[in-house]
Design a protein. Structure first.
Length: 374
């Protein structure tokens, strides 16, 4: 079949990680842009990216990009797309999207026009004036920035950060895709020991384990495009089999989580079991003041409570000071702490060896990384 083009939107700051990951999955023509990664492939690529991507928020079929200066331009551009290649006569095709700095500023009007143009094209191809939309979901998404319109079909459904193991979580949990990125940036490997002194619902520990064991994050969930008539079920079966064969059962990875809240500890263990990594993750109630890092080596990765999430800023900074005393320079140890506080390094007690700008939801943060021993 003709090569398809895809778009993988991701959190700001993760574009490079997402692109590198897709290349490692043997995906072609990968290129990173602001907020998304583009790549080419076929239906197997579509399934592989959905099942295996740790950092993308979703996988979209990029069906067209064209300039729009008027609603007529939008209608004509959408009409030229081969919707019939993916949407059958009975499929549902709702529309949603965003307009940014565009002359076409009304999202509801754009939705109506895109819907009308797609329906007219499909009605013409199927020789019908009525499309019942009772079949599988084909969510049309659009993004209009200034004078450029991108039209996509979502293949994922619920966002890729919803791995399936975290039905319950503590207050202000970190997003799974961001936790996975922190594990990557902290160089978690199959032989690593990971410690999280503020484990919450266990997301950082679980994502570290999934990475170390090379367990595809989407193995235990379904995707909206699995119900599409145009994609054979054998494609999904083959890609799941490929992902299963790639798991590192020989990995020595272990993770240790601590939290002052007993409920958080129980939740960490429960979620680890759901994720299939319970034998790799240990958790217990412990205050950061009593933390003792009795390991030969460890990557400490954490998302401590801070003013915009759970604590007032003064209490958050008291935690940072304790962390600075506990997270000492040691051979074989590294520390990665995400925080929005620009004064973090001053309170912690020393400048980071490296910093990386990341977003925790809508909050702009820095990942402060310490790994030098002298």
């Amino acid at each position: 079949m003709t090569k398809l083009q895809f778009s993988a939107p991701c959190l700001m700051g993760l574009e490079g990680l997402c692109a590198d990951e897709l290349k490692r999955l043997d995906i072609e023509n990968v290129s990173a842009e602001n907020g998304r990664v583009l790549f080419d492939g076929d239906f197997s690529t579509l399934a592989r990216a959905n099942i295996c991507s740790r950092y993308a928020e979703r996988i979209q079929l990029l069906l067209g990009e064209f300039p729009v200066y008027s609603f007529e331009d939008l209608f004509q551009g959408v009409s030229r797309i081969n919707w019939e290649d993916f949407i059958t006569e009975k499929d549902a095709f709702p529309v949603k999207g965003h307009c940014v700095s565009s002359k076409l500023s009304s999202v509801p009007d754009c939705q109506k026009i895109i819907k009308k143009a797609a329906a007219k094209r499909l009605g013409s191809r199927y020789a019908t004036s009525w499309l019942e939309e009772s079949g599988s979901l084909h969510q049309i998404q659009f993004l209009i920035i200034k004078d450029k319109c991108s039209i996509m079909l979502d293949t994922t459904g619920a966002g890729l950060h919803k791995r399936g193991y975290r039905a319950n979580s503590t207050e202000a949990p970190i997003k799974e895709t961001l936790a996975a990125a922190m594990a990557d940036l902290s160089r978690v490997r199959p032989f690593s020991t990971v410690v999280d002194p503020f484990c919450g619902s266990g997301t950082i520990l679980i994502e570290s384990a999934l990475k170390a064991l090379n367990i595809a994050p989407g193995l235990k969930r379904s995707f909206s495009s699995e119900k599409w008539a145009v994609i054979p079920s054998s494609v999904w079966a083959a890609e799941r089999e490929r992902a299963l064969d790639s798991i590192r059962h020989d990995a020595e990875f272990q993770a240790f989580g601590y939290d002052i809240d007993e409920n958080a500890v129980a939740l960490t263990l429960e979620n680890a079991k759901k994720a299939g990594v319970a034998d790799r993750i240990h958790a217990e109630r412990l205050d950061i003041k009593d933390l003792s890092l009795d390991f030969e080596r460890a990557a400490v990765i954490c998302n401590p409570p801070y003013g915009e999430r759970l604590l007032d800023m003064q209490k958050a900074r008291e935690l940072y000071k304790i962390m600075g005393e506990k997270f000492t320079k040691r051979q074989g140890f590294s520390y990665s702490i995400i925080s929005p506080d620009d004064s973090f390094e001053d309170v912690f007690g020393r400048p980071a060896d490296k910093r990386r700008k990341l977003y925790n939801g809508m909050i702009k943060c820095q990942l402060y990384m310490y790994f030098k021993n002298n």
